[in-house]
Design a binder for this molecule. Structure first.
Ligand SMILES: C[S@@+](CC[C@H](N)C(=O)[O-])C[C@H]1O[C@@H](n2cnc3c(N)ncnc32)[C@H](O)[C@@H]1O
Length: 698
């Protein structure tokens, strides 16, 4: 997203057409009856009639349901529930460390991709960050055709038409601007919610065009009780061309928003890490001096007892009748390094007055003295005010730490609230981040890192971004792992949207190492590769353990012909069919394509590390082992019945689930072999009649 659109730098064009009388009348009507129009600016007959009804002040039960409505809403939500037959095909040539990495980049329309991930990642993702198109009218909004989502996508990606295959922006004049955008977001958010863990959280960046609508949509999808907050992120200052507009009275844009929703209350029972901003001014509430003998004095007195500080107080003219007033602390700090050093050395002795813990009621510190009190694994310093009230003392040490600012500083800090200042400084450098530029709303790494820090992304949690753009999220995850030795993983999804110039012509971009990019997806991949290489090179001793690889998958039609072109089946039918499928694989698909589709549809994660092995008694049959209990035979034809016998004899683990064998239908030599294996399968049962080894046929 353009973060904050700049004022136009060319004069506006005059409209050469004659006056549009209808538009003029509608404008006049809108001026007196705005309530008769929907959010997209269309006149709604019912609303018009309702607005002209005689006013009644009598209470009525006939109140329409409160909430967000738009044309196409029902269809949009229903779209989330239509299962897809699509698959994700591995692209090892475009990957880095394909066999070992746990980081994923998926090319495709995110609605279809989110559907393909439902089995494998249901309830597994700790944090989602997305930065969708802000619907400024200039950005591309993918037009879903729900009945044939995958088909539309494939046609667009595989047959370049004269428009350059993706042309549509969602302009105001379409009369469906907001409705289209909401219909695009609703099913995606619904599917995203399913992927979140119960203690998970989603962050959504948005501009003012859709911020209010998105809030209401999220209330519906995630539940208003799960709304955490909306962050206001300072992305620019009023400078440059904005100054001129501001001087003319326009309130120019400086902020973007991030809506934050948790999956459930469980998010709150997990640790969250507060963020801190530095503050330069001295907070004069910190004026109490805690003497070691348990008595209390003032900071200004203690400062005057220090020869060096007293000298500076005198030298800079802050001494009055041999005393120093704390009110002058800021001014003294501005000129005296000695005073600053004195405070820094005595952080644990300087304090302000705070509320005492409830459990301290009944303790008996005296006025003018302090004493310690322990509760909840913490030490409190208690005192009593002159009026007898119990209070805790807050040592300055608690507020001195390294800030989370653009340039982290050690010093006094305040806990950050919902105002996230200073990201305009990152924006100055953002073009260079990741080693390539991306003009479609690239976000600073620090923003995503800090969201992850607050959400307390643990060492091997998954972070998902299904509007990946230049891949900042993946970059932030790798950078965080490099910093603390974590093993967090990322899943990023990006459409192969063609790169375009300002005149909307498709272009190619050649990167400094000669790699040619035609789509945004190409840029995402290249940035993640570059970021990974750089992070690894700078990681020193930790480089070995650090996963900076990238496993690429691409959305495509199923490898099994029987699945393609079918009207979408219900979920039940889909998996019933999976069991019955014959060996019709699409020509040109590789063994690896088929294997990964089998794994995906079994609900196994896409970051699996696979091994090839054989089993005693089944010579010549090569398996892909997902682990030592799950064995998949992908394209290998004609497994002898004797080999099946050995495989089905795999005993279950003590107390554990049975082993699993997954084969293609073509693995049977013929119908007789299929019938014989079926008999064997019925025989190999434990005392309760359960199979020793589960056989699944694809
Ligand atoms: C604003 S950009 C994200 C920028 C990103 N946060 C960054 O730091 O680079 C939004 C991205 O979403 C992509 N996108 C839009 N619709 C999509 C869809 N249906 N599926 C996948 N990606 C989509 C666009 O191509 C664009 O790259």
């Amino acid at each position: 997203m353009p973060n904050t659109p700049e004022p136009p730098d060319t004069p506006e064009k005059l409209d050469g057409r004659s006056l549009d009388l209808r538009a003029q009348r509608l404008d006049a009507l809108k001026a007196v009856l705005p309530e008769a129009f929907d959010l997209d600016g269309n006149l709604v007959q019912d609303k018009l009639l309702a607005a002209l009804e005689p006013v009644s002040y009598e209470a009525t039960d006939d109140i329409p349901t409160f909430g967000l409505g738009w044309p196409g809403k029902q269809q949009a939500f229903a779209a989330a529930g239509v299962p897809t037959t699509a698959t994700l095909r591995p692209a090892p040539d475009e990957s880095v460390d394909f066999d070992t990495t746990q980081n994923l980049l998926i090319q495709g329309d995110n609605l279809e991709v989110l559907k393909t991930l439902q089995r494998s990642y249901h309830g597994k993702v700790k944090m989602i960050y997305i930065d969708p198109p802000y619907n400024t009218g200039k950005d591309f909004v993918y037009p879903d055709n729900y009945g044939e989502g995958l088909d539309t996508y494939l046609k667009r990606t595989q047959q370049k038409d004269e428009d350059g295959f993706w042309t549509s922006t969602n302009s105001e004049t379409s009369g469906r601007k907001h409705a289209n955008w909401l219909s695009m977001m609703a099913p995606r958010l619904t599917l995203a919610r399913n992927l979140l863990r119960d203690d998970g959280v989603i962050f959504i960046s948005i501009g003012e065009d859709e911020s209010a609508n998105l809030r209401l949509l999220c209330d519906e999808v995630f539940g208003s009780e799960n709304f955490c907050n909306t962050l206001a992120v300072e992305m620019s200052t009023t400078s440059g061309p904005k100054t001129v507009n501001a001087q003319q009275g326009t309130i120019v844009k400086n902020i973007e928003y991030v809506h934050v929703y948790k999956k459930s209350l469980q998010f709150e029972s997990n640790p969250r890490t507060p963020l801190f901003d530095s503050i330069d001014a001295y907070d004069t509430h910190y004026s109490i001096w805690m003497h070691e003998d348990g008595t209390l004095g003032s900071l200004s007195e203690a400062m005057m007892h220090n020869d060096l500080v007293r000298k500076d107080v005198k030298k800079f003219g802050f001494e009055k009748n041999g005393k120093f007033s704390i009110k002058n602390m800021d001014k003294l700090f501005a000129v005296s390094e000695t005073a600053k050093a004195f405070v820094k050395e005595n952080l644990s002795k300087i304090a302000s007055v705070d509320r005492p813990p409830v459990s301290a009621e009944g303790e008996s510190p005296e006025f003018g003295r302090w004493e310690t009190f322990e509760a909840d694994h913490r030490v409190y310093y208690l005192t009593r005010l002159e009026n007898g009230k119990l209070r805790a003392l807050m040592p300055l040490a608690m507020n001195y730490r390294t800030s989370d600012d653009y340039r982290p500083r050690f010093g006094r800090t305040v806990i950050r609230g919902d105002l996230w200042k200073g990201f305009h400084q990152d924006m100055g450098n953002v073009a260079k981040e990741g080693g390539l530029s991306f003009e479609n709303g690239k976000k600073p790494i620090r923003l995503i890192s800090q969201l992850g820090k607050w959400a307390t992304l643990q060492k091997d949690d998954i972070m998902l971004d299904f509007f990946a753009g230049s891949g900042t999220t993946g970059h932030a995850v790798m950078a965080q792992n490099a910093e603390d030795g974590g093993n967090r993983r990322y899943i990023t999804v990006q459409l192969p949207e063609p790169l375009k110039d300002k005149k909307n012509n498709c272009i190619q971009v050649t990167l400094d190492d000669g790699v040619v990019c035609e789509t945004i997806f190409d840029l995402t991949r290249e940035r993640l590769k570059r970021a990974g290489r750089k992070i690894k090179a700078e990681a020193g001793l930790n480089a070995e353990k650090l996963d900076t690889g990238l496993r690429v998958f691409k959305l495509d039609s199923s490898n099994f012909t029987a699945w393609n072109g079918d009207p979408a089946p219900s979920e039940g039918e889909l998996f019933e069919r999976l069991e019955k499928l014959a060996d019709h694989t699409v020509p040109g698909r590789s063994e690896s394509d088929i294997l990964w589709e089998m794994l995906l549809k079994m609900g196994l994660p896409l970051d699996l590390k696979l091994e090839q092995f054989t089993v005693e008694g089944a010579p010549g049959v090569h398996f892909i082992g997902v682990n030592d209990r799950t064995r998949v035979v992908s394209t290998q034809p004609a497994i002898p019945v004797a080999a099946f016998e050995a495989l089905l004899d795999t005993p279950p683990e003590e107390g554990g689930p049975p082993a699993e064998l997954v084969v293609l239908d073509s693995a049977f030599e013929d119908d007789t072999a299929r019938a014989n294996v079926a008999t064997l399968y019925r025989q190999r049962r434990d005392e309760d009649g359960k199979p020793l080894c589960n056989l699944k046929v694809v």
